[in-house]
Design a binder for this molecule. Structure first.
Ligand SMILES: *Cc1c(COP(=O)(O)O)cnc(C)c1O
Length: 385
């Protein structure tokens, strides 16, 4: 089976991890701060906080921004559940904004409409989480302008989008947001096995997240509430977690990030070849906004079902039978059973639901060679041509 995504591990990666295994520190050593520097330098952010997953990064980002009971967090229904769950972890309520039918990202027009209603009803969100789906940056200028008008904070879920650019600058510079979060899961752009990072330009937010990732405990005298008892002393000044990244993971990340730009160009090449090869088939591909340069994490096609004899499910199953490991990103979060218990119903977000009825993610990863990509393309042509 040709998978929809997979990691690329080379000899440098293996060497970097082996060296850490033989070193003094497997955790809480020098590699994590070095990886944080490598990411913040690359994306142009002031501060970076490495953690054990993007899910953890979303959680501590929400807490650092003060999200709690009685607050609202809004995100898109077309995302992985973690973008919404982070709000629930903090005791806040979650709501969704429908997607743009051309980019599948949060629609700023739908956001504005919902904000107008929410202001009238006195339930404006404290945090909005735009997700750069497939690696294509959201319309951040529009979302940022709304944040100034309605007073909400922004966490960019850039789990798909390290190496992507918005207005010629890397996603993660936080010019239009408070915090940006990356994932280093093996299917993402670069990997640390499990791992994530939150970046920000706000030193207070960075300090808060550093505290929360490690039990709320500090050894920094200037953060302590009273003077130290001695050189062994540490203080717990908040309720945190163990969300730390290991030294092995950080060493892998440092090695991987050297190849970030070449990874993204390779993904762009694969996407262009799909674009050309599928042009005559009854499928839609996402419109790429000229302000963005996508990291091309996923390559999603939408079936034009009234021009195809097979159903969405039949096309999906036929591709899997032919060894093409297609996938579906994502099942709209509001239709998940857990979210249905909170009162969401099918019909709430028509664009998201329509997307779900038509979308298929094709294989997309840097080592997908021409031969394998041809198998994918040929299978589609045989089924839909
Ligand atoms: C993968 C992903 C996450 C979660 O990342 P982990 O590092 O696996 O916790 C969150 N949001 C989106 C959009 C993702 O794709």
């Amino acid at each position: 089976m040709i998978p929809y995504g997979r990691q690329d591990i080379n000899q440098d990666d293996i060497k970097a991890v082996l060296e850490v295994l033989k070193s003094d520190f497997l955790t809480q050593g020098p590699q994590v701060p070095m990886f944080e520097r490598a990411v913040s330098d690359k994306v142009g952010a002031g501060y970076a906080v490495a953690v054990n997953s993007a899910t953890s990064a979303l959680h501590i980002a929400c807490l650092a921004l003060g999200l709690g009971a009685g607050d609202w967090l809004w995100t898109t229904p077309i995302t992985f559940v973690a973008s919404a769950n982070c709000g629930l972890y903090c005791g806040a309520q979650v709501d969704f904004v429908d997607v743009d039918p051309k980019t599948y990202n949060m629609d700023p027009i739908a956001l504005e409409r919902k904000l107008i209603d929410a202001e009238r009803e006195g339930r404006l969100p404290k945090i909005v989480v735009p997700v750069h789906l497939c690696g294509q940056p959201c319309d951040m200028i529009a979302i940022h302008a709304l944040s100034k008008r309605y007073g909400f904070k922004i966490i960019e879920d850039a789990s798909h989008a390290i190496g992507a650019k918005y207005k010629d600058e890397y996603v993660g510079n936080c010019r239009y947001s408070d915090i940006t979060v990356f994932s280093f899961h093996p299917v993402k752009i670069i990997t640390t096995a499990e791992g994530g990072m939150a970046v920000t330009n706000d030193v207070m937010l960075a300090e808060r997240m550093v505290l929360l990732r490690s039990h709320g405990v500090t050894r920094d005298p200037k953060l302590m509430t009273h003077i130290s008892d001695g050189p062994w002393y540490y203080q717990q000044i908040d309720l945190g977690f163990n969300y730390r990244m290991t030294e092995l993971q950080a060493a892998l990340g440092i090695s991987q990030i050297q190849r970030l730009d070449s990874y993204v160009s390779r993904r762009q090449e694969i996407a262009s070849r799909y674009d050309q090869a599928l042009a005559d088939l009854p499928v839609l591909i996402s419109w790429q906004h000229p302000d963005g340069y996508s990291s091309r994490h996923l390559y999603v096609i939408r079936l034009v079902l009234d021009q195809i004899k097979l159903s969405h499910r039949q096309v999906f199953e036929a591709l899997r039978e032919r060894g093409v490991g297609v996938n579906l990103h994502y099942i709209p979060v509001h239709t998940q059973p857990y979210y249905q218990t909170m009162g969401f119903v099918v019909g709430d977000y028509p664009q998201a639901e329509r997307y779900y009825a038509e979308a298929i993610s094709l294989p997309m990863y840097v080592t997908l060679d021409v031969e394998k990509q041809t198998v994918v393309i040929q299978s589609l042509k045989n089924l839909l041509g």
